[in-house]
Design a protein around this ligand. Structure first.
Ligand code: SF4
Length: 399
């Protein structure tokens, strides 16, 4: 059994906006105090769609890392690194590609979606088809137990699990595994050995998941087992294979979605975004000029918050009392739209203040950011190398 670990990456898209903060970063900040987390800049992923213009990637990478730090991602709690600085990701991607059926990649729902959405680019490339496999390598190389995702990414995690299972099935045959596992069972003592075999049979013959969990818990508690014996016994429980790669779970995020200023998805390219570190005057101006309920033409017209993008901002930024005030005031024409927007402006500025302060030290001294990333890459690389040693050996490449 490998330790719990969270892995998540973001494509370097330049300065992040508040949609990124509420959709993902806030969640990272919470997770880092609960579990060991690895967060990476997915620069190779950026190339799958922007291979013809890689010039923006470097600048975008550093801007994005500053935004992470500004948002409160803490390098003393989590590991921050750049994907391309850990070349083991590419090696695992290549090795996994040998045994991944083409159909698995073609049926990933986002493959066709993205191709249609980004129809101004030629995405009939090998790299674009393979990007979910690269994602799988990004996660499996750290034997991550959990990957924070939104609903639309669940098929990707499912595929990672299938890839991991397939790999263990194909290559998880340790020489003499059965005998070694049986020797390891003896170390549990006679009472627990008997229980182990009973639970294993119950799981393997009747598919009883509770028996499996009980047996796993027993192994977790067994003090006198070496790491390798424990691994063997976990593998032996589920079959007669060694677990080289683990199966990650999707960690569904209940992230609040902050739409753009016009109510559509917030995106820099739609011109409807507020940057994480946008200056005060610009934030104020953008919110003040946000469209409102189109039926509310004059101050004396009653409006419907359900038809107003500002209301979506109240849902994210305001407390109950403010929401009630806005809802009532809108429906009765008791307040004007400028008045209604002010608490939203105040809340955004309040949220941004500590971010601006945190970012300043990194803007003043970019070498701090470089050092954080260098440390993170070292740490990530060690973990990745451990996995690759096992992967190479399992595939007969350990020479
Ligand atoms: S009062 Fe508020 S919710 Fe109503 S239309 Fe104006 S900005 Fe929108």
């Amino acid at each position: 059994m490998y330790p719990d670990r969270v892995v998540s990456g973001m494509r370097p898209t330049g300065a992040l906006h508040l949609g990124h903060y509420h959709g993902a970063l806030k969640n990272w900040v919470r997770l880092q105090s609960e579990l060991p987390c690895l967060f990476f800049v997915a620069d190779w992923h950026a190339l799958t769609t922007h291979y013809d213009d890689p010039s923006v990637i470097e600048h975008s990478t550093w801007e994005m890392v500053i935004d992470w730090l500004a948002a409160g991602v803490d390098p003393s709690q989590s590991t921050l690194f750049i994907q391309s600085r850990v070349p083991e990701h590419a090696e695992l991607h290549l090795l996994l590609s040998m045994a991944t059926p083409l159909g698995w990649l073609e049926r990933v729902p986002t493959y066709k979606d993205q191709q249609e959405k980004l129809n101004d680019r030629d995405l009939a490339t090998y790299g674009f088809l393979g990007y979910p496999l690269l994602q799988a390598a990004d996660v499996l190389i750290y034997r991550a137990s959990q990957v924070p995702v939104g609903e639309d990414q669940i098929p990707h995690i499912e595929m990672m699990r299938e890839i991991s299972r397939r790999f263990n099935h194909l290559y998880g045959k340790e020489k003499g595994f059965e005998e070694k596992a049986r020797e390891a069972v003896k170390k549990l003592g006679s009472k627990r050995s008997k229980l182990y075999f009973e639970l294993r049979t119950e799981f393997q013959e009747q598919g009883n998941e509770e028996a499996l969990e009980q047996a796993k818990a027993m192994l977790d508690d067994a003090q006198n087992l070496s790491m390798i014996d424990r691994e063997r016994l976990f593998g032996y429980l589920e079959g007669s294979r060694k677990l080289i790669l683990t199966e990650p779970q999707a960690l569904l995020t209940d992230a609040s979605r902050l739409p753009g200023l016009d109510g559509a998805k917030m995106s820099k390219s739609y011109g409807n975004a507020i940057a994480l570190r946008e200056d005060k005057d610009s934030v104020t101006k953008k919110v003040r000029t946000m469209p409102t309920d189109p039926q509310r033409v004059r101050r004396t017209d009653a409006g419907d918050p359900g038809k107003c993008p500002v209301w979506q901002f109240h849902l994210v930024y305001s407390d109950d009392a403010t929401r009630q005030w806005a809802d009532k005031g809108c429906r009765s024409a008791g307040i004007g739209c400028i008045e209604c927007k002010q608490p939203v402006i105040d809340a955004i500025l309040k949220e941004q203040q500590p971010m601006l302060e945190r970012a300043q030290q990194y803007l003043d001294d970019p070498s701090l950011v470089r050092a954080i990333i260098a440390d993170g890459c070292d740490h990530a690389r060690k973990l990745a190398q451990d996995t690759m040693r096992d992967v190479r050996e399992a595939m007969g490449l350990g020479y």
